[in-house]
Write a protein that binds this ligand. Structure first.
Ligand code: FES
Length: 212
């Protein structure tokens, strides 16, 4: 990209920029592809309304029928990565055992998820137990954490029960996006507004009908 400057990734701040830039680069590539298609049609259509609406934050509808246990779908909403993960029973069983290691195990901070998500289950932070929907940006300085979904010892945590690890400054989150104690990230990952149009269809960006 012409406006991309190279920063030596020698300290945390630069690493943050590197992580964020990686996502922005991918985002820009998608937008760029839309632009190329638009250029091939008359000018009046070059402003594809759906593309413009997407950039403005229009809802995104996702079919999750093919999503297998342990898999993650990544999409974009309002310029942010949205993760949809299908969690296994082993992961769901492990989540409550982590409560003592977490800053906000029962999702008290109302800014981090809609009320209907907390009411559904404050530890799982999801409408359906197995399906987690999160904004994939670290709540420290905005890097995109890595999913490390297996329950096994990891170099950064010998008691790891699966979750997300942010390489920028080593923040850790569990598979519900709940932040561990003693890391730079101050809050749980954000759960975006969403609802199920049917069993296999999630609409990101809209609250369920009647939700406060
Ligand atoms: S951005 Fe600093 S730990 Fe994730």
């Amino acid at each position: 990209m012409a406006n991309e400057t190279v920063i030596n990734p020698v300290d945390g701040e630069d690493s943050v920029n590197t992580g964020r830039r990686r996502f922005l680069t991918a985002t820009t590539a998608v937008v760029g592809a839309v632009g190329v298609v638009g250029a091939a049609v008359p000018f009046i259509k070059s402003w594809n309304p759906s593309a413009r609406a997407l950039l403005a934050g229009a809802p995104v509808t996702v079919d999750i029928s093919a999503l297998q246990e342990g898999q993650r779908l990544i999409l974009e909403w309002r310029g942010q990565p949205i993760w949809i993960v299908k969690r296994s029973k082993a992961i769901l069983d492990a989540l409550p055992t982590l409560d003592g290691d977490l800053r906000d195990p029962t999702s008290e901070n109302a800014d981090q998820q809609p009320a209907y998500v907390r009411e559904a289950n404050p530890e799982l932070r999801s409408i359906k137990p197995e399906i987690s929907v999160l904004v994939g940006l670290c709540t420290h300085l905005g890097c995109s954490p890595e999913m490390v979904a297996e329950i096994r010892p990891e170099p950064f945590d010998p008691n790891w029960k699966g979750g997300y690890f942010c390489p920028c400054h080593k923040s850790k989150f569990d598979m519900a996006g709940r932040v561990y104690q003693g890391v730079p990230a101050p809050t749980n990952l954000v759960v975006p507004p969403h609802y199920y149009a049917d069993d296999d269809t999630i609409v990101i960006g809209v609250d369920p009908q009647g939700a406060a």
